[in-house]
Write a protein that binds this ligand. Structure first.
Ligand SMILES: [Ca+2]
Length: 147
């Protein structure tokens, strides 16, 4: 089991390295893409019913001094791949693949760290990539004393 898991991790990391960026946080151009807002939040994959594939650290330190983003990749119960993006133990975005091809097609974003993903960015082939800012709240969380 451990051997098999290790191989999956390596494959995932290799795939990410070969294909460059997944998700909207890596490469970017102009804003103004297909961003949809829904105050009550969009549906997110159910982590408890998903299969954990592995994790990677993506160095975003050019954009975030001293911080690394932890990315956990999963297969959901319908075999769609998705990944969660975490800084300071806060998941702030979920990238979802709906066509089994990189890059990820949909990003759900929680812009105020309340656990509700009220922002959806859906990218279609041929469109320019959307560059979303990382929510400020993921950095504030760590500065607050734990209660
Ligand atoms: Ca929110």
């Amino acid at each position: 089991m451990i051997m098999r898991f290790g191989r999956i991790c390596v494959l995932v990391v290799l795939a990410m390295a070969l294909l460059g960026s997944g998700g909207v946080f890596a490469a970017s151009t102009d804003t103004g893409g297909p961003i949809e807002k829904r105050p009550e939040g969009f549906d997110t994959p159910e982590l408890s019913r998903s299969r954990f594939l592995g994790w990677i650290r993506r160095d975003l330190s050019r954009r975030i001094p001293g911080e690394e983003t932890l990315i956990k990749q999963y297969l959901d119960e319908w075999e769609f791949q998705f990944e969660t993006l975490t800084i300071n133990n806060r998941i702030f975005a979920i990238n979802i693949d709906v066509d089994n091809k990189y890059p990820y097609d949909i990003t759900l974003l929680d812009v105020d760290c309340d656990g509700i993903y009220e922002t959806k960015v859906e990218e279609k082939p041929g469109q320019q990539r959307v560059d979303m800012a990382i929510p400020e709240c993921v950095f504030r969380v760590s500065a607050e004393p734990s209660r």
